[in-house]
Design a protein around this ligand. Structure first.
Ligand code: UTP
Length: 314
């Protein structure tokens, strides 16, 4: 397969999900706007994309998503007030989001699933390969991951997805992959910072007994534009939604369409901020690393960890 990739500079950030796992917090604001330490979750994702050289970003939004657009826009009045006060630090914090990337927005319309959200980006992305970063996933060191995924794509011409090992009993919450086998061994693609394997199959949220592996799909992808043609033909699958996983399954099974699919096995930390427990963990990890509050928080945690009470016993 000829490598025919051009430099990847565009990315799609799907952020139109309903966020039902985080109700009632997400009743009036999107889950991507929930703060993680001192900025909304979505800002980490946009910082990550920009850090990986993806500077043309299309955010696919839905109901209640105006705050997302406002966050990456100028607020002249607030900036003026801070400038008059000479508060440079806060002024820089207010300006940072709007300076990260060239932001574009599109309403998904009906939230018919992640595959549908990506398909809506077709006109903007055109015939280029592009990144996809789920707006509610925070990945520690994610810009390095994304940069490496782009390298794999540019070297092989394949679509690339990030996966991570999860406990077998958790696979029913994820898309799960199975590597292509050559002489009974996974077909590896060498030369990259993380292990990479070519894929034979992907399954959305399988029962553990039916899962082909415990390698779960994270919310990071580098996709060839051929995925749009496949998505056009993809019928609603699990949950009545158009599943991106189903389209990737077609690309994996038919490498002649779009160069196949490679999974990069990432070993870093990832938090799904649409999930309450992960959200709290993300706050703890990122707050612990924060230059202003990290040291104090770590000391507080060490002192109080044994006194943190669970729910009263029934
Ligand atoms: P989730 O599986 O987290 O679903 O979506 P959700 O609807 O956002 O949240 P819950 O399950 O109700 O709590 C995964 C990603 O796909 C996006 C979401 O915004 C999230 O980034 N998505 C999902 C869309 O953009 N559109 C959709 O129709 C569905």
């Amino acid at each position: 397969m000829l490598a025919m990739a051009r430099r990847v500079t565009k990315a799609v950030i799907p952020a139109a999900g309903l966020g039902t796992r985080f109700l009632p917090a997400t009743k009036a604001i999107p889950k991507e706007m929930l703060p993680v330490v001192d900025r909304p979750a979505i800002q980490y994702v946009v910082e990550e994309a920009a850090g990986a050289g993806l500077t043309d970003l299309l955010m696919v939004t839905g109901r209640n998503k105006t705050p997302l657009e406002n966050h990456f826009d100028r607020v002249a009045e607030l900036e003026e007030t801070l400038a008059q006060r000479g508060d440079e630090e806060k002024l820089a914090a207010v300006r940072a989001p709007q300076e990260l990337a060239d932001m574009h927005y599109l309403r998904q319309g009906n939230p018919l699933g992640l595959g549908h959200a990506v398909l809506r980006a077709h006109q903007h992305v055109g015939n280029d390969s592009f990144g996809v970063l789920l707006g509610d996933d925070i990945i520690v060191g994610g810009d390095e991951l994304m940069r490496e995924m782009i390298r794999v794509h540019e070297a092989t011409g394949a679509s690339v997805i990030a996966v991570q090992e999860v406990p077998m009993e958790d696979v029913r919450s994820y898309g799960v992959v199975s590597p292509r086998l050559v002489d009974g061994e996974p077909e590896r693609v060498d030369g990259f910072r993380w292990p990479c394997v070519r894929l034979a199959e992907l399954v959305e949220k399988p029962e553990p007994e039916q899962a082909p592996s415990n390698l779960a799909v994270l919310g990071r992808y580098v996709l060839r534009p051929e995925v749009f043609d496949v998505l056009e033909q993809t019928a609603p699958g699990r949950g009545g939604e158009i599943q991106l996983t189903d389209a990737l399954q077609v690309l994996a099974k038919n490498p002649d369409i779009g160069g196949g699919v490679i999974a990069l096995v990432f070993d870093g930390r990832r938090y799904d901020t649409g999930n309450k427990l992960d959200y709290v963990k993300a706050n703890l990890e990122l707050a612990s690393q924060h230059p202003n509050i990290g040291a104090e928080l770590r000391a507080w945690l060490r002192e109080n960890i044994d006194q943190l009470a669970g729910p009263p016993e029934a």
